[in-house]
Design a protein around this ligand. Structure first.
Ligand SMILES: [Zn+2]
Length: 127
């Protein structure tokens, strides 16, 4: 599920026409790391770069890459809507001695965004 750094570095070259691209190898490596963490697969890297190219202005900050990754993702990190332990809410009641508390359920994972009904009409970020 992870994408190779050379693939990401090659895809990011499409952004080099933007003003003020990263001017050191270290800065570029950081951008590659950001994309590596965000991207689902190679097609997603391409969608992220496509989206960034629609935004006017200089070479984007990592937060912009994050927003573009979110708005072009097909997967999202969420609880299992059909979980028998938490009923899909993602949290379970736990008790230690006399104390009760709510804890994150074990069912959280990357799942298709279409399972998240309130995410319909994506594009809330980065226009
Ligand atoms: Zn659960």
């Amino acid at each position: 599920m992870s994408v190779s750094k050379p693939f990401i570095a090659a895809a990011l070259k499409r952004l080099n026409g933007k003003p003020f691209p990263p001017n050191t190898a270290e800065a570029m490596a950081e951008v590659v790391k950001v994309i590596e963490r965000l991207a689902e697969d190679e097609e997603h890297v391409t969608r992220i770069v496509d989206k960034v190219l629609t935004i006017p202005g200089p070479y984007p900050e990592p937060a912009i890459f994050s927003q573009c990754a979110e708005s072009t993702a097909t997967l999202t990190y969420m609880a299992d809507p059909l979980c028998s332990q938490c009923g899909g809410c993602g949290f379970r009641y736990r008790k230690v001695g006399a104390y009760g508390y709510s804890a994150k359920c074990d069912c959280w994972a990357r799942r298709p965004k279409s399972l998240r009904p309130w995410a319909m009409g994506d594009g809330a970020y980065a226009g």
